[in-house]
Design a protein around this ligand. Structure first.
Ligand code: FAD
Length: 409
């Protein structure tokens, strides 16, 4: 049997593409190697699925950085507004949380998946689970068929590759398509983990595991030149730091040689150096409290011993005996707490993949390959990735919808 459209990958982009093409009357097969659809989708937003970010299409596109404009025409066809409506008319109520992040009102990624499964059913898509595509066969400038791991073949007029990137390979996203796409003549921008924690080499890091800080300023430096900076929360892990601002910075960090990088934490971003110094002077000058107890009131208890070690100040020294030099040392530790980057956590932990199919080779209005006539691409396989906050799923919905809609012609 020959299908109108064969789609590889039952993630958000593949389900959206299949549903849309089927809804418009195409005879569609969706191939997924897992035993169920949307395995990664279920893990999104901590199981709550942050499905999009509700802002203007222009602002949303800009959040993807310099390549974001590529998504603009797609967003004008199927952006956050259309997506929310898509879910709402299918019975899934949504809510908007802090920073415009959109979630299902039920806080359940499973409910999001169920809408997509129902969409596939009503669009009469043939879903085949536990089938792995092994290779793609091309004749002249067209894909002719797919070969499955059991040797069977899938014939179709059009093909949509939605097999994701390499992040969280345990969910099935193992980067299989990069090899086929290279063989088909596409350029693959080197994939690397994105939205992933930063690994630090400082010995004291293991003592800080579990420490969570709110409203601190994080800055990343390369050889003392500031690369980026943001205010927000961070969490210390067994070997590094994580949290939304760190995950977002990992994109910039991943592009540099880690050996030249430092991260500095400003624990008091609301006070400049002289204001904080004044506060320390006032607190210290007439107090005969001991240093360690004073620090306990200034910073989270978990940080106190590390700061004492790094400052070299006797923890039992009376505050009014602390010298100006000692106060300056403390001031720098509080304003520029220095951490040494050794790299990024890998694909096992990463939430996204940077790199992928070069956008210059994909028509942004239709998601059609400019290299292979009957091929369309959608989702994380593309060389576009955004920060945390619903952007990456919106990329999948937009590109999947466009690919499904355009592949029917
Ligand atoms: C822990 C975590 C939390 C996240 N939270 C959010 C969030 O809240 N909001 C947000 O916007 N983004 C989030 N993301 C990112 C988001 O999940 C991805 O952007 C999105 O899942 C990518 O969708 P996709 O359809 O392109 O690929 P995937 O979801 O990776 O789906 C690809 C599918 O293709 C299948 N496949 C691969 N190769 C083959 C093959 N050879 N044969 C058959 N099938 C194959 C895979 O099994 C997989 O099911 C999160 C990611 C992670 C890991």
């Amino acid at each position: 049997m020959k299908y109108d459209i064969a789609i590889i990958g039952g993630g958000p982009s593949g389900m959206m593409a299949a549903g849309r093409a089927g809804e418009l009357g195409a005879n569609v097969i969706l191939l997924e190697k897992n035993f169920k659809l949307g395995v990664k989708l279920l893990a999104t937003g901590g199981g709550r699925a942050n499905i999009t970010n509700f802002k203007s299409n222009m602002e949303l596109a800009n959040s993807f950085g310099s390549k974001g404009h590529w998504l603009l025409s797609g967003l004008s066809k199927f952006g956050p507004k259309e997506l929310i409506e898509f879910f709402n008319v299918r019975g899934l109520k949504t809510k908007i949380e802090e920073n415009n992040r959109v979630f299902p009102q039920s806080n359940s990624a499973q409910d999001v998946l169920q809408v997509l499964i129902d969409y596939l059913k009503s669009s009469k898509v043939e879903v085949r689970l536990k089938v792995e595509v092994k290779s793609v066969v091309k004749t002249e400038n067209k894909i002719k068929k797919l070969i499955l791991s059991d040797g069977k073949e899938i014939l179709a007029d059009k093909f949509i590759i939605c097999s994701g990137g390499k992040a969280h390979p345990s969910t099935g996203s193992t980067g299989d398509a990069y090899i086929w796409l290279k063989q088909l003549g596409h350029t693959i921008i080197d994939p690397r983990p994105a939205l992933t924690p930063v690994i630090l080499s400082d010995k004291f890091i293991k003592d800080l595991e579990g420490l969570s800080l709110k409203e601190v300023k994080i800055s990343c430096y390369q050889n003392n030149k500031k690369l980026c900076s943001a205010i927000g929360s961070v969490i210390f892990t067994a070997n590094g730091i994580s949290g939304p601002i760190i995950l977002n910075m990992s994109e910039i960090i991943g592009r540099q040689d880690p050996k030249d990088l430092q991260i500095k934490i400003d624990f008091f971003p609301d006070l400049d150096f002289s204001q904080l110094d004044k506060k320390l002077q006032e607190d210290f000058s007439s107090s005969n409290k001991i240093f360690k107890n004073a620090l306990n009131q200034l910073i989270p208890p978990k940080l106190v011993d590390t700061l004492i070690d790094l400052s070299g100040i006797d923890p039992f020294k009376k505050l009014n005996l602390i010298t100006k030099e000692e106060r300056k040392t403390l001031l720098y530790l509080l304003k520029e707490f220095n951490l040494t980057v050794s790299g990024l956590a890998g694909y096992d932990i990463a939430m996204a993949t940077a790199g992928g199919v070069d956008l210059k080779e994909v028509d942004s209005k239709t998601m059609q390959s400019k290299i292979i006539e009957n091929l369309y691409l959608a989702g994380e396989i593309l060389d576009l990735n955004g920060p945390t906050g619903g952007y990456n799923l919106q990329l999948c919905w937009t590109s999947g919808y466009l690919a499904g809609e355009n592949a029917i012609f």
